[in-house]
Design a protein around this ligand. Structure first.
Ligand code: ANZ
Ligand code: ZN
Length: 837
């Protein structure tokens, strides 16, 4: 006697245990099947799974399950990006240990992921905070050091003078520390860097081979690397010195009306040493933020050095200023300023009354057209002496040649990409494996002393880096001279942890970071899936590590991710009220929807319904997936994540939507298990079944999951309409296989209930009969005097005379002819019959 309902409460757990016991999702690297590594970006263990995770891991899961069914040996692993600030914040706020907090969160989130029935090989799980992982990361870091790809240099950081700590850029809000509220200072500290700039050209060119990456991600990386061709050359200064500048617009050299240097430039520093006003200005500039974006938007500030520079063509004296918008670590830290054609220069010149000169115009007749803002566009050179009339490109080439001829400089390619500063002055990260010795300098920790393990007994009650303050941890013997020495107390940026984790999924030897042969078997990752927010940093760093590891001979491939898919956000409308001039947000669980409006449950008064946007804590429009999994089971939630929106688009969460999914789960159960009662009218079920098998496969391959979902709805309706018989039985038999990637628990239950043997998750994808995909019927329109009177369903390719006969035999046609004389019959085979009367 079959159950009348599918019961996720019991079924979900039962099938998850069955897969576990059978080891269904264990990846066997010795298998001779073609290998497929499907990977979703691993989660940060914040404490709970959110809708973004559910969507991300469901998308990957469908593909992984499908690949398995199509004969691949699939590696679909899961791990934890477990180091980072939130654990330290929790330590400071709640007095818990970052490690304990992280482990608890991992346990919770793992249970939630298991509840969703993902086809994961849990035997390969690890967290980046495991010493077995970060110890191997230290070994890799030392290998890169030996290869000259790691170095130390003085660099500027955001310093919070109250908390006495370095702040990440995101922790500086309006120039103040996020916790202390203190005015942030810029400070110089010795920091560790990775030489990503050595790979700038390779990383740029490599983008061309990534044809299974979204164009927009490739473009974002290209812009981030920012290659530009320009000119570096020297001006002669009034004090007899020379000043080197870098420009990407040599063509505008006649528009240069002043020069500007960064506050850290030797010219500025030299002046500050002599002139207190200059020193005060330099200090003010240093209080601002350090990011390029901040400098772009900050108010322009300048200080006239009193020096002048001779224009290389006209000899005119141009004043030299110190300016806050010039960065020390780009180009030469000094610029020729062209207010007419660079907006930053324009704003600066407008503020300080410096001349603005047009040197590019649409054509010669506009040479003296007034300028209200900088014009960055194309045109011809004007007011530029012998270069007048040249195009921008001709001008660039000609000016570079002339400057090279004067021996003042040369054409140069520069990249916006900076070396990657990986030092973090915090506890919860991978300790950088170096020792500082008074007599030997910087000494790498010998390999046999790895891992450098974090001390457990740390105190978060006082500000600053706990490793620095720890009474014993940093005091060690120098490995070289055996004298007293201290450990490096900086830890690595957590982006390092996520730059090679995919390699550790392929193999986890105890004595090395990864096994080379295993890596060769599984990598590059065949399909990587994650959020667009990682389009630049994470993906660029992972590409850099992969190239660096290839460079030092540890692997043989250059790109880590063959195909990349960036999924859209899960969104929800927002609710708010303006209280005391501030916008106050309310969560979906605090609000009652009333037709077109909404009220706050607490006071019954209306709230404003805002835009449908990404779920975020700040707007309180977050919906927790857990209660829905409890209420409707894993499959309904998974199905919702796949339905309605293409996976690359945003997906609005809806209560009605998830309820509909839960109903569909039950509907499929009934279709397959209850006695058939369709009439069989109007469907050709065998054809529909085979079209669905082929179509769902093609849609999954193309990651067009919403289309696959739509096809399954269509098949379900087809089966409902079908009369009992072998065609219906055949359709019901393949149904579990077709839905298995999306609704794996229901699939197993249906399969077992309808007498199938084994697990669907381990079964082969059903074969389709290509002959049944060809449509053999066509619909013909029959017109009388240009008006549609009837349609005929006939065999494809019916001869003209037969079509004509059928059309004339139609009762509807005869009625509309009403005895009129037929003058002509036009027949378009497979399409139309037009009767002219
Ligand atoms: C003259 C000029 C005229 C410039 C013009 C631009 C437009 P990208 O394209 O981003 O590489 N620049 C050079 N070094 C700088 C620094 N250290 N800090 C701030 N700005 C700097 O930008 C290159 C341009 O940015 C250079 O070309 C320079 O201004 C400025 F119509 O020189 B240009
Ligand atoms: Zn020493």
């Amino acid at each position: 006697m079959s159950e009348t309902r599918f019961e996720p409460d019991t079924a979900d757990g039962r099938w998850q245990r069955a897969w576990d016991e059978a080891g269904t999702f264990r990846a066997d690297s010795d298998s001779n099947k073609p290998k497929s590594f499907v990977l979703e970006m691993f989660p940060y263990p914040s404490g709970r799974i959110h809708m973004g995770h559910v969507r991300n891991y469901t998308l990957g899961d469908v593909l992984a399950r499908y690949r398995k069914m199509t004969g691949h040996e699939v590696l679909h692993p899961m791990g934890w990006d477990a180091f980072g600030m939130p654990a330290e914040n929790a330590a400071m706020e709640k007095g818990v240990h970052p490690g304990g907090w992280t482990r608890d969160n991992i346990a919770n989130m793992k249970a939630q992921l298991k509840r969703l029935g993902f086809a994961l090989d849990w035997s390969r799980e690890f967290a980046t905070c495991d010493p077995e992982y970060y110890g191997q990361e230290q070994a890799l870091f030392l290998k890169l050091y030996e290869a000259g790809l790691v170095y130390r240099k003085e660099s500027e950081v955001n310093w919070d003078p109250v908390d006495m700590t370095v702040l990440a850029n995101e922790q500086v809000i309006d120039g103040r520390g996020w916790r202390s509220g203190a005015q942030v200072e810029r400070r110089k500290l010795s920091q560790w860097f990775l030489k990503i700039t050595d790979f700038a050209e390779e990383l740029l060119e490599g983008l061309e081979s990534l044809d299974k990456w979204p164009d927009k991600v490739r473009l974002m990386q290209e812009n981030w690397i920012g290659r530009s061709r320009g000119l570096q050359f020297a001006f002669d200064l009034s004090d007899g010195e020379r000043l080197e500048v870098y420009t990407t617009r040599p063509d505008t050299i006649f528009g240069a009306t002043f020069l500007a240097v960064a506050a850290d430039h030797p010219v500025a520093q030299g002046l500050a040493a002599r002139d207190p006003a200059a020193a005060a200005f330099v200090k003010t500039v240093k209080q601002g933020g350090t990011t390029a974006a901040e400098l772009e938007t900050a108010e322009k500030l300048g200080f006239d050095t009193g020096l002048t520079a001779a224009h290389p063509f006209t000899g005119d004296p141009l004043p030299v200023w110190i300016a806050n918008f010039v960065l020390m670590d780009y180009g030469t830290g000094a610029i020729m300023a062209v207010p007419g054609h660079d907006q930053r220069d324009f704003e600066f010149a407008s503020k300080y009354g410096l001349p603005i000169r047009r040197v590019v115009a649409a054509d010669a007749s506009h040479a003296d057209a007034p300028m209200t803002e900088a014009e960055a566009g194309d045109g011809v050179l004007v007011n530029s002496g012998e270069y007048d009339g040249m195009s921008v490109d001709e001008g660039k080439a000609a000016v570079i040649r002339a400057i090279e001829g004067q021996g003042r400089g040369e054409g140069r390619t520069v990249y916006r990409l900076r070396d990657w500063g990986v030092s973090r002055q915090r506890y919860w990260g991978t300790p950088i494996p170096f020792i500082h010795c008074e007599s030997c300098g910087i000494v790498p920790v010998p390999e046999d002393q790895l891992p450098v393990v974090l001390p457990e007994d740390v105190d978060f009650r006082t500000p600053g880096n706990p490793l620095e303050r720890h009474p014993t941890w940093k005091h060690v013997e120098c490995p070289a001279c055996h004298g007293p020495a201290v450990r490096e107390t900086d830890t690595l940026d957590t982006f390092v942890d996520s730059s090679w984790y995919f390699l550790r999924f392929a193999s986890q030897p105890a004595d090395k970071p990864f096994d080379r042969d295993e890596a060769a078997k599984w990598l590059p990752v065949q399909q990587y899936i994650g959020g667009i927010e990682h389009a630049i940093l994470h993906l660029l760093y992972a590409r850099f590590w992969t190239r660096a590891l290839k460079h030092i001979g540890m692997i043989d491939f250059a790109e880590p991710f063959e195909a990349l898919f960036t999924q859209g956000m899960v969104t929800h409308e927002t609710y708010s009220r303006t209280q005391d001039g501030r916008e106050v947000w309310f969560g979906p669980d605090e609000v009652e929807r009333t037709g077109t409006g909404a009220t706050l449950a607490a006071d019954g008064a209306p709230v404003t319904i805002g835009k449908v946007v990404k779920m975020s804590k700040s707007k309180k429009n977050v919906v927790d997936p857990a209660p829905y999994i409890d209420r409707f089971g894993a499959d309904a939630v998974r199905w919702f994540m796949l339905s309605d929106s293409p996976p690359e688009r945003d997906l609005p969460w809806s209560e009605a939507g998830i309820e509909g999914c839960a109903r569909f789960v039950q509907r499929l159960w009934r279709i397959a298990t209850a006695p058939a009662n369709g009439s069989g009218a109007g469907t050709d079920l065998a054809r529909l079944t085979h079209r669905t098998i082929a179509g769902v496969a093609a849609d999954i391959e193309a990651l067009a999951f919403n289309k696959a979902v739509a096809k399954i709805y269509e098949l379900a309706s087809g089966i409902e309409k079908a009369a009992p018989g072998p065609e219906r039985a055949a359709a019901v038999a393949v149904l579990p296989h077709l839905v298995s990637p999306m609704m794996p628990h229901l699939a197993e239950a249906l399969h077992a209930e309808t007498g199938g043997s084994g697990l669907v998750a381990e079964a082969a994808w059903p074969a389709h009969d290509p002959a049944l995909l060809v449509d053999t019927q066509v619909t013909i329109a029959v017109q009388v005097k240009g008006k549609l009177r009837d349609t005929l369903t006939v065999a494809k390719g019916l001869p003209q005379d037969e079509l004509q006969a059928l059309a004339l035999a139609s009762e509807k046609v005869q009625r509309s002819l009403d005895g009129a004389e037929i003058r002509k019959v036009i027949v378009v085979p497979d399409r139309l019959v037009n009767i002219v009367a």
